[in-house]
Write a protein that binds this ligand. Structure first.
Ligand code: TXA
Ligand code: MG
Length: 315
């Protein structure tokens, strides 16, 4: 790296790459890491200077708190109060794409910026083997938002990460394409025992869960819920049956596009390919984007949630 101290190192997802990432994180650096949902931009969560670098690299507003990644329920218990309901959810869905919002422990030792001053903490134990090996090798948890400049499309490949963060972060581990392709489901476990879904995602919880969608107020709890988010930087039209003039069409099922989410109409494949198609659409010569209807069932609900936000122009 001699002569170019700002270059972002691209690390292989092998033991040496993971060890190198661990060393960078130990000393308070930033490393983008693959998870089963999207790539995360990781820093040690117990270090205020390291966490501040995440906000600076992303250009993220400091009122938007971060998810802390842990190896499992035991480590989670060091940072948040875990009631029986939270424990059951962890046992059922961890490791995996479920983030739980729980009461922050007063003695957590986490950098205050992680929670942006909230009395709650978002925790997740990821399933991706590379991320798990990395977490197991560390004696601190990792704060990690999606590894993109704030407001932009989430990354599902190392290449996507470099598109907006090259030169702004120390390293990225190239673990290939993310399997789920959509950010984790976020569920708040309230003191009164109720559950509130703050962000739909790959995991659908059965039973009575209150949904909070489309909030736009300034006192928002999870800014990822803001109406306009994940924007491709061009006007976008949803539920399109065909491309209009100068539109890049993202297809689904029997509507074939310039790029297609899933020709066979498979919603899991569509979720995994969504951000890659949006990145292609954003990079194309077309000034506008249109996207075919996606059935609002199963993970299709989470896909449509992201599409509505991508199609809402910023205020
Ligand atoms: O799949 C994922 O969740 C990915 C990977 C990297 O784990 N991470 C991710 O992070 O999507 P981010 O920062 O892009 O989205 C996290 C969301 C934000 O909308 C944030 O506002 C919300 O989680 N959040 C974090 N802490 C919270 C808290 N204490 N209460 C409510 N929402 C919170
Ligand atoms: Mg994000």
């Amino acid at each position: 790296m001699a002569g170019n101290k700002n270059a972002t190192e691209v690390l292989l997802a092998d033991a040496a790459g993971i060890a190198r990432a661990a060393a960078i994180l130990e000393r308070g650096g930033l490393v983008a890491v693959p998870t089963e949902t999207v790539y995360g931009l990781a820093a040690r969560a117990d270090n205020a200077a390291a966490v501040a670098k995440i906000y600076a690299a992303k250009g993220r507003p400091d009122f938007n708190p971060l998810i802390v990644h842990v190896t499992g329920a035991e480590q989670a218990g060091c940072y948040a109060a875990i009631n029986s309901q939270a424990r059951e959810l962890m046992d059922a869905y961890w490791p995996g794409p479920l983030t739980l919002v729980l009461p922050l422990r007063a003695d957590s030792g986490l950098a205050p910026a992680v929670t942006a001053g909230l009395p709650t903490l978002a925790l997740r134990a990821p399933a991706h083997p590379v991320m798990r090996d990395l977490l197991e090798s560390l004696d601190f948890p990792l704060a990690a938002p999606s590894a993109n400049r704030s407001g932009y499309i989430s990354p599902t490949s190392a290449q996507h990460v470099l598109e907006t963060l090259d030169g702004r972060i120390d390293a990225v581990i190239d673990g290939g394409a993310c399997e789920a392709g959509l950010e984790s489901t976020i569920l708040a476990v309230r003191a009164d025992g109720s559950l509130e879904e703050l962000r739909p995602g790959p995991i659908r919880i059965d039973g009575p869960v209150g949904a909070s969608s489309g909030r736009t107020d300034a006192s928002i709890e999870a800014p990822g819920q803001l109406a306009s988010h994940y924007a491709p930087g061009k006007p976008m039209r949803i539920n399109a049956e065909a491309a209009g003039t100068s539109e890049f069409l993202i297809g689904f099922g029997n509507i074939a596009g310039d790029c297609t989410l899933s020709a066979s109409g498979d919603l899991n494949e569509a979720a995994a390919r969504l951000y890659d198609c949006l990145h292609q659409a954003a990079a194309s010569d077309h000034p506008r984007i249109a996207i075919a209807p996606v059935p609002d069932e199963g993970i299709g609900k989470a896909i449509n949630d992201r599409l509505r936000r991508a199609a809402t122009p910023p205020e």
